[in-house]
Design a protein around this ligand. Structure first.
Ligand SMILES: [Zn+2]
Length: 450
């Protein structure tokens, strides 16, 4: 077996790992590079393999940094099967359509070619196959795989693979504990070679149970200041988790009822996919759904579907809450809200997700006093708060526990999907405490086993 790291090596985006035997070539994820000025160029660069020679792609989950280059792969000749869970399959189509749309605008604005266009999405979706968790799928005589629940976002999976007799596990992104709606991360059954993410390899999260209390405080304090609370959130999962908890807070009278805008077309479309797969809900969400409570609907919630409605939010007097993408504040409807509200100390930006290096979100999170949005200089006077416990990723303790949860100890662990400090810190920790052979691969690096 040969492993080639074609993305997310020493960074958190662009996930793409090539697994090959003498007869078969499979990609685990094929995501976009995000953040920083070079990501556009890197996404547009040639793949370090010939797309026509790839037999199959397995998508661990629908986040763009894991799926975003798949339509380009197809446009360049890939014609094999694309496997994922059923929700991931449907979410991916939404993400591809949304990205094609955004890239079309960017192409016009910056006079540069898009990575792919809308007409590439249909042929890509035709190659997708939904797979149930815990069902073995045979790709070829020498490669088969099983998906298990990663607890990261709805429908997320880690991949247990048999590659020419070598038990190989790809973690995809592993979830945090006690995430609303999601079932917990499953333990690994058995892996001799493990490729594991390391996003928070150097950190221990706040207790996830504090999350809802902190959300409550942020809502109440902003309301008391008669301000606007902006929650930049990923359209997939984070937005639905926030809605789930706001539903709880509003329906129990824990926060005053004010207008809450769900200003994310993608998140609105994604809600339908949640409704379609109640068997993926955890026990609490399932019980609510069975009792007829739609936890994505509550008094005060307003859904803004088109850009005109989004702009009209400005005319609604505060206090109010706006949930909008993108999660890292590098595009989407959150941008015009930041222009409108960042400059006033009554308002709050509540950071509820990972902010990748080079993004506007990272700059605001790290305390920038002024930022540039669409060539305008904006002073950051609003309160900036963060709830680390909302992370969708496992922390150092959970990653270490998961990688040792199999029946036997892995002989090799590759740590990808982490910035260098996080990945190296985790490598060091699991070498020291668990006696594991852990390495942090570099981009393009190739490793052979067996
Ligand atoms: Zn992810």
């Amino acid at each position: 077996m040969k492993l080639t790291f074609c993305g997310a090596a020493g960074e958190v985006t662009g996930s793409c790992t090539l697994v090959e035997t003498e007869r078969t070539r499979v990609l685990i994820d094929c995501g976009m590079f995000q953040g920083g000025s070079s990501s556009y160029v890197r996404n547009l660069a040639e793949f370090p393999f010939d797309p026509k020679t790839i037999d199959a792609v397995i998508l661990t989950h629908a986040h763009v940094d894991h799926t975003g280059r798949v339509p380009r792969l197809v446009a360049q000749g890939f014609s094999g099967r694309i496997f994922s869970t059923h929700p991931t399959r449907l979410f991916s189509r939404l993400m591809w359509e949304d990205t094609a749309h955004v890239m079309k605008d960017d192409a016009r604005r910056y006079k540069r070619p898009p990575l792919y266009v809308m007409k590439d999405v249909g042929p890509t979706f035709e190659l997708t196959h939904g797979v149930d968790y815990h069902t073995q799928v045979k790709i070829s005589d020498d490669i088969s795989f099983t998906l298990r629940d990663a607890g990261h976002i709805f429908g997320s999976a880690f991949v247990e693979m048999q590659v020419g007799g070598i038990k190989t596990v790809f973690s995809g992104d592993l979830g945090n504990d006690y995430v609303p709606i999601l079932k917990p991360t499953e333990r690994m059954i058995d892996g001799d070679v493990v490729v594991m993410e390391s996003t928070y390899g150097d950190r221990v999260h706040e207790d996830p149970k504090t999350r809802i209390e902190k959300l409550k405080t942020a809502v109440k304090e902003t309301i008391a200041r008669k301000g606007t609370l902006m929650i930049p959130a990923f359209s997939l999962e984070r937005t639905q988790e926030i809605l789930y908890e706001l539903n709880f807070l509003v329906e129990n009278g824990s926060v005053p009822q004010v207008p809450i805008f769900l200003d994310s077309p993608l998140a609105i479309k994604a809600l339908q996919i949640y409704h379609q797969f109640p068997e993926y809900y955890d026990r609490e969400a399932k019980a609510l759904a069975d009792a007829g409570d739609d936890f994505f609907k509550f008094p005060g919630l307003r859904v803004t579907k088109n850009p005109e409605e989004s702009r009209e939010i400005l005319e609604v007097p505060p206090p109010k809450v706006i949930i909008a993408g993108s999660g890292m504040m590098h595009g989407g409807r959150i941008m015009h809200h930041l222009v409108d509200y960042l400059n006033n100390k009554r308002n709050t930006v509540l950071v509820v997700g990972y902010q990748s290096a080079g993004t506007l979100g990272r700059a605001i999170f790290e305390g920038a006093k002024k930022v540039h949005i669409d060539h305008q200089e904006i002073l950051v006077r609003a309160q900036v708060e963060a709830i680390g416990a909302y992370s969708a990723h496992a922390d150092r303790l959970k990653l270490a526990k998961w990688v040792t949860s199999g029946l036997s100890k892995p002989s090799k662990v590759y740590l990808n999907h982490g910035e260098p400090h996080a990945a190296e810190y985790l490598a060091d920790a699991i070498r020291t405490h668990h006696d594991l052979d852990a390495v942090v691969p570099r981009y393009g690096e190739i490793f052979s086993h067996g």
